[in-house]
Design a protein around this ligand. Sequence first.
Ligand code: CA
Length: 243
Amino acid sequence: MRVLLVEDDNRIAGPLEEGLARFGFTVERVSTGAAALSAAPSDLVLLDLGLPDMDGIDVCRQLRTVSAVPVIMLTARSGESDRIVGLELGADDYLAKPFSLRELIARIRAVIRRAQAAPVPATTATTPPSLGSGTGAQQLGPLRIDRRTRHVHMNGQPVALSPKEFDLLALLAEDPGAVCSRQQIIDTVWDPNFFGPTKTLDVHVAAVRRKLGDPATIETIRRVGFRLTLTGTTPSADSQAVA
Ligand code: CA
């Protein structure tokens, strides 16, 4: 999956490029509207609105005259009118800064899914790994996570998690048993530009453990990160459903 990242601010583009690469995207990065319009075709465009040579809205308008590539606008402006103008000009989604890498990945997958859904019958479309916007709940032994409603149950009892606690648990549950590095968790649950104390992460992990009622559900891998010890029912629908 090739992503064209149009962003002139290195402090945002650098971490974003790294983060997207970790999720398997091939990123081509440009910092001007002119470069964006002359770039090689990509599968998705992440378009900053405030570019040095031209307005991102104009880039989107010109892009639309030659391509149906999905476009997600990234902007520091959070005004409703910008959002509406952007979407009217053919952007597929709109994300106001600051946003977390996790949120961006979820939007990218949703946009790609919608773009692919049009020509491909839903029954034969391959299911991308659900992240944030998947349907159906994931069952891991006694733990049930519903990303659509953001509800968590442990042994049938509802567990009240804060938004960050939920994001943290959902991230670990994406690949049960696998170790998630501290950096990956911070980038995904917080922000590529998160420079706060990493103690924050430990505090959230402790809270999730306490609320789940079983500290052993999340194992600490010293100096590396964390992993979910629950596996139980396999969450991998792709490997089961496809006959
Ligand atoms: Ca900018």
